[in-house]
Design a protein. Structure first.
Length: 736
């Protein structure tokens, strides 16, 4: 059969020509283990609210750290590794604490107290407390406690210490002058009146202790941690181009689950992505679930089936299978390292499942997807407290009357990445966004003003490789989130729905080695790392770095969408930066915008079913459920089910085409079948089928060659089926 020749040619070409470098960026747990080679000279600061510090003894020989394997335990380490640049990123991050003012969450009504909780950078929802019962007057030990997810925690004690920084002469001490404990009846923290104010920090060789003897208080060096790893996002920098000060609005109410509107309950291990999603999906897909060698093999095998099915329809995957398998492995290997989403649990997967589906629409077209079942968490610290002007909570009133969102919560997402090559657009408006809405439409921008920034999704338009959603560079008031001081130094923030998402490329902003992707990902590779996927199916790679100018595609310019095509990579996006001018509150600002996704789609989206849908409710949606593998929707892709009732010749797909198209027809009974191609003058070009066939749904591919195997010229062709007395003829267009 001709189809076999055609498939052979395709496979042969892939086998001999494919040479692209697909690899994901380092997951956060690997960053923690990566050597941190920058030497550090501790510099003392007199800290204020939100400053990051490293707590050293006065001679700089040791520092306080959370324990390598237990975020709830504090230890003391020798400083040499940190100061000489022989430690790891983990060593550095475990040594960093943030001072948060006692009244930080309600500054709208209170002024600063200059008394602080001490929060580990790797656990901003945790704080240092005395290792003592509630209503104790004293303690010598210290511990780290969860003080935020109070309804999730299984801790019996929820409490924290308040510290004052006291300088006298040349000495600096930290005094634990008060303690707050959680009243579960009122759901409020209340001062613990039993606590004696006479407690000072004392470093005793490798232990951190409290002493009630002031003369035993250790003379400390509170060093500026931003000299160690700079995570700050300061006014008038590129991520706060409008120079906006940190807003003193009260924090929005405790995070709720955006899917249920209720407070997030339980840790990720009880997430919907496990029991509920597994119950609602077809058992056929379960072999690809979780992260194991057998699941990876099942996913690879099914991707082979999808590729074969598409080829038999004259269609193709957008990229080589190895790209999808590489991103699948990387996503599944990511786990929670920091506690910076309320309901997260250390050392659990960020992405639960990545599986491939291959459902057909009502017209018989296949729409295969890579489904990413993710908790939408970054795994590392988010620095949400530091955002100068975070989104308001959406309550009525002007911004200064609103509470602002500074808390993140993990929530289930089912993100669908189309695998089929749906083609590309030339102009932004070639994509029909009317079913979904766009930033431009929402803001009342006229159609002649549509551009790659505003003709963009109101919702997420991509997924990062850590499983966190990516939004367009502009927010829904058509200003760059970056200019408006809405995002952290990692390019992330929380919207009103409390879900994390990226708006910009933190790697390009801070280059501090702890972003979604970093320079230490690049060595030994020939193209930047994969850092995500756009919902149009195009892959997103890190930016080209001048220090790796020999990488593939370095000299191939990006178009206005931030995309290009070179070597064997197929058409794809890169993060990049560009000088932009944008106005806010009647002022214009010109700055370097660090794009992840510009906003507008370069890939054609018009035929993608369930486009931009990312909630778990897709599983119970009558139309869309099959694309995320809903229970009972899997049908074998090798053969169509059942016998058609009538003879029928379907429209070829694609049409117009170049160089292959698929012709489909329905045979209600076993018959002698002839399918022949003619040109417009009625000359016979090619006999595609001339044989007895059994009843069923049939298809045959024409590769635009004649009976002698020679390519035919561009133009209109006719295809005709003859089965007994049934004759049907249709037109198709070959473009070159
Ligand atoms: Zn946003
Ligand atoms: Zn490239």
């Amino acid at each position: 059969m001709k189809i076999n020749n055609f498939l052979f040619i395709i496979y042969f070409q892939l086998a001999i020509s494919f040479a692209a470098d697909f690899y994901g960026s380092k997951p956060f747990y690997q960053i923690m283990e990566t050597n941190y080679t920058t030497a550090w000279t501790p510099a003392e600061i007199d800290p204020v609210n939100r400053d990051y510090i490293v707590i050293l003894d006065g001679s700089n020989s040791s520092y306080v750290s959370i324990h390598e394997n237990d975020i709830f335990t504090l230890t003391v380490h020798n400083s040499t590794a940190l100061t000489s640049g022989q430690g790891t990123y983990g060593d550095a991050l475990r040594s960093m604490f943030q001072l948060q003012d006692l009244y930080i969450e309600e500054l709208g009504t209170e002024s600063l107290s200059n008394r602080y909780t001490l929060r580990p950078v790797l656990g901003s929802y945790y704080a240092i407390d005395a290792n003592a019962d509630v209503n104790s007057s004293t303690a010598s030990g210290l511990v780290v406690r969860d003080i935020k997810s109070t309804y999730v925690t299984d801790q019996s004690i929820v409490a924290y210490l308040i510290f004052e920084v006291i300088h006298s002469g040349n000495t600096t001490v930290l005094k634990a002058s008060s303690r707050y404990t959680f009243n579960s009846t009122s759901s409020e923290f209340e001062i613990d009146n039993s606590w004696s104010s006479n407690h000072w920090l004392h470093i005793n060789s490798d232990n951190l202790e409290l002493t009630t003897n002031e003369s035993d208080a250790t003379d400390l060096m509170l060093a500026d941690a931003s000299d160690l790893i700079n995570i700050l996002n300061v006014p008038s920098s590129e991520f706060n181009a409008a120079g906006i000060d940190w807003q003193t609005n009260t924090f929005a109410a405790f995070p709720t689950n955006p899917n249920t509107g209720e407070e997030a309950t339980g840790g990720v291990e009880t997430s919907q992505l496990y029991d509920q999603v597994i119950n609602q999906t077809d058992t056929y897909y379960h072999q690809q679930f979780y992260h194991s060698a057998t699941a990876s093999q099942a996913a690879a095998d099914f991707l082979d089936v999808i590729e074969t099915t598409l080829l038999s329809e004259g269609e193709s995957l957008r990229y080589d299978k190895s790209l999808y398998l590489a991103i699948r492995e990387n996503m599944l290997s990511r786990k929670t390292v920091a506690v910076d989403e309320v309901n997260c649990v250390i050392d659990t997967p960020l992405v639960a499942h990545v599986y491939f589906t291959n459902a057909k629409d009502d017209n018989g077209e296949y729409h295969p997807f890579m489904v990413v079942a993710t908790h939408n968490g970054s795994g590392g610290p988010n620095f949400l407290i530091d955002v100068a002007r975070p989104p308001g909570d959406g309550s009525s009133g002007s911004y200064d009357q609103q509470s602002v969102t500074r808390n993140a919560v993990l929530a289930p997402v089912l993100c669908k990445i189309p695998l089929k090559d749906y083609g590309l657009v030339n102009n932004v408006t070639d994509n029909d966004m009317s079913p979904y809405g766009s930033l431009a439409e929402d803001a009342g921008v006229s159609q002649d003003q549509y551009n790659v920034y505003n003709y963009a999704a109101l919702a997420a338009n991509g997924i990062a490789i850590d499983g966190v959603k990516i939004y367009p560079a502009m927010n829904n008031t058509l200003v760059f989130a970056q200019m408006n001081a809405e995002i952290t130094s990692t390019g992330i923030h929380v919207g009103r729905g409390m879900g994390l998402h990226y708006h910009a490329d933190g790697h390009a902003y801070s280059g501090n080695g702890i972003n979604l992707y970093n320079l230490h990902d690049y060595p030994g590779h020939s193209h930047p790392p994969i850092i995500g996927f756009s919902l149009d199916g195009l892959a997103l790679y890190g930016r080209h770095e001048s220090s790796y100018s020999n990488m593939d595609g370095y000299n191939v310019a990006l178009d206005e969408f931030g995309s290009h095509d070179h070597d064997d990579y197929g058409h794809h996006y890169h993060a990049f930066s560009e000088t932009v001018t944008n106005s806010w509150q009647n002022n214009e600002y010109t700055f370097e915008e660090h794009f992840f996704l510009v906003g507008a789609y370069k890939g054609s989206i018009n035929n993608i079913p369930g486009f931009q849908e990312s909630n778990t409710a897709q599983l119970v949606n009558q139309e869309l459920g099959k694309y995320v593998g809903a229970s009972g929707t899997y049908v074998s892709v090798q053969s169509h089910v059942g016998i058609p009732k009538d003879f029928s010749l379907q429209n070829n797909y694609p049409n117009p085409f170049n160089p292959t198209t698929s012709l489909r027809y329905d045979l209600p009974e076993n018959s002698m079948v002839n399918v022949t191609i003619y040109d417009m003058l009625g000359r016979q070009i090619k006999t595609l089928v001339n044989q007895d066939q059994i009843a069923g749904y049939k298809s045959v591919v024409w590769d635009a060659t004649n009976d002698y195997g020679k390519p035919v010229s561009a133009g209109i062709y006719l295809y005709q089926i003859r089965v007994g007395n049934y004759i049907q003829t249709k037109k198709m267009v070959l473009l070159k």
